[in-house]
Every structure is written in C-alpha cells, then in structure tokens.
Design a protein around this ligand. Structure first.
Ligand code: SAM
Length: 259
C-alpha cells in the first residue's frame, strides 16, 4: 500500500501524521531545510503515474527530427526515476540515435539523496524488485544484488531492504547534481527540445507557489517541449489549470506539451 503524506500549511511533508513503520519506496528520508520546510525523498522505480513505455515511444516520435534532446529531472531523489526513464528509452523502439536523449541531468536539493544517487546503488524493497522485473526486459543487465550497504541518513523502511548495484549502462546515462530546481530553471535555456520532469514535488507546495513555478516553466519552455508532473501534483493542486493558462496542452497522463 502506498501512503501519501498530507499537506500542512507551509510544510511540504507532515511527518507527524505518518507513522514511521509505514514507510515504503526505495528511499523515504525526511529532512528539514534551513528555512524550516520538511521535505521527503520518497520515490520508487516505474512509479505508475506515468505510462512509461508509451511515453518513451511518444518522446522518440515527437523529437525524431531533433539531433539532441535536453532531458532534465527536477526533484530526482535517489535515481529511481532516472533509471526508469533510461530503461524505457533503451527498451522501447530502440534506435541508433537514442543517445541524443542522454545524459539526463538530474537535480535534487537534498545533498544526502544526491550522494545516494551518485553511489550507483539502490535500496529496494520486495515490491521494487518485483516491479523492476515486471517492467524491464533485461533486469539482470541493469541490477545486481550486492553486499555493499547504502546508508541514507534518516531513511526509513517498513521491511528490510536489499541493496542493488546499478549497471554502468544506466549510470553512464545520467548526471546527478545537488541543486535547487528554482535556480536551475532560472538559467535554463530551451531550444524546443526539452523534456522537463518535475514530479511529485510541486503538489506539496502552497497554491501560489505552484502557480508561480508553472508561470516560470511556461516562460522558459518553448513550443513542443514537454513538461511532466506526477499523480500527487494533480491530486492535491490546480496544477493542470495553471498549465493550461500558461500555454501547455495535455498529451497523455501527466505529460504536457508547450504550444
Ligand atoms: C517526493 S520526492 C519525488 C521524487 C520523484 N520525482 C518521484 O516522483 O518519484 C520529492 C523530491 O524533491 C526534492 N526537492 C524538494 N524541493 C526541491 C527543490 N527546490 N529543488 C530540487 N529538488 C527538490 C526532495 O529532496 C525530494 O527528493
């Protein structure tokens, strides 16, 4: 069962409402920023609020005339989302020019979770390993159980974890960086060839902050670039309305195209 933390005024996550014993996902670390926000790193591979193989096929067709696609992930957490995206692109309609999608530039504000992502290790629960096996054609090519331990400070799980080593075929296609997405967005330049993922973070902000962020995204992204959000964003906020007001049209579940 996936449990979603609830909103709490200015806070992004309210950990007080969530018993620690119910933690799930490949990472579930809570931390406090210097300005008092409580943030959570919760993620897992093939999070099913995106139709991953359909998305990969769409991306390839949509950007077929581009020599380079600028793949950016905000709020990337431990790398689960990047590995999911890479596997989907490798396995769906493989083509010689697939390399134009890589490397993904993945940013997260939490230094601890970025350290974990850079370790090339992934902590998994049974659910994650089953999901990876079901959703990939070549699980053993990508992941291998290892005796190495990945310690993520203040991470919590409700069952014992197994640590997987992530193969170079995935890690070489993503660059993780510890950075605030606001700062990266402010200096982002687009050439109508960007896929910007910002999933399951905006929904935890106040409405006006979400609206402002979407305005900025609308100014930065040019025609035909894509912006992706998550189930938590749409369920909690009016984000789809803000996207419509800022020049985006929905092309599939949680995927929006700048028009
Ligand atoms: C709930 S996780 C979502 C992870 C992943 N995108 C997914 O959907 O599974 C939210 C992540 O956003 C990160 N985050 C929060 N504020 C951020 C910011 N201003 N810039 C970059 N990352 C941020 C957190 O550290 C956390 O790892």
């Amino acid at each position: 069962m996936r449990i979603t933390p609830s909103l709490h005024n200015n806070t992004i996550y309210n950990r007080n409402t969530q018993p620690k014993s119910l933690a799930f996902g490949t990472t579930h670390r809570y931390y406090k920023t210097s300005d008092g926000y409580e943030l959570g790193t919760n993620t897992w591979p093939f999070r099913d609020d995106i139709e991953w193989s359909k998305l990969a096929k769409y991306e390839k067709r949509h950007f077929k005339d581009k020599d380079k696609v600028n793949m950016v992930q905000f709020a990337s957490s431990d790398g689960s989302e990047a590995y999911t995206q890479i596997i989907s692109l490798i396995e769906n309609n493989p083509a010689p020019d697939d390399k134009k999608f890589f490397p993904i530039k993945a940013f997260d504000i939490d230094p601890e979770v970025i350290k974990a992502a850079k370790s090339k290790l992934l902590n998994t629960m049974t659910f994650d390993r089953v999901s990876l096996q079901m959703n990939t054609e070549n699980y053993d090519t990508y992941f291998e159980e290892t005796g190495k331990k990945l310690d993520i400070k203040d991470d919590i799980h409700f069952e014992s974890i197994k640590t997987l080593k992530v193969a170079d075929i995935l890690t070489e296609k993503v660059v993780f960086e510890n950075a605030d997405m606001y700062k990266i967005l402010a200096k982002m330049e687009d050439n109508s060839n960007t896929i910007l993922m910002c999933r399951n973070i905006l929904g935890y902000f106040d409405e006006n902050k979400i609206e402002e962020f979407i305005k900025m995204v609308g100014q930065k992204l040019k025609k035909d670039s894509l912006f992706l959000i998550g189930e938590h964003d749409t369920r909690i906020s009016f984000i789809e309305r803000y996207l419509g007001e800022n020049g985006f049209t929905k092309v599939m579940k949680h995927v929006f195209k700048k028009i």
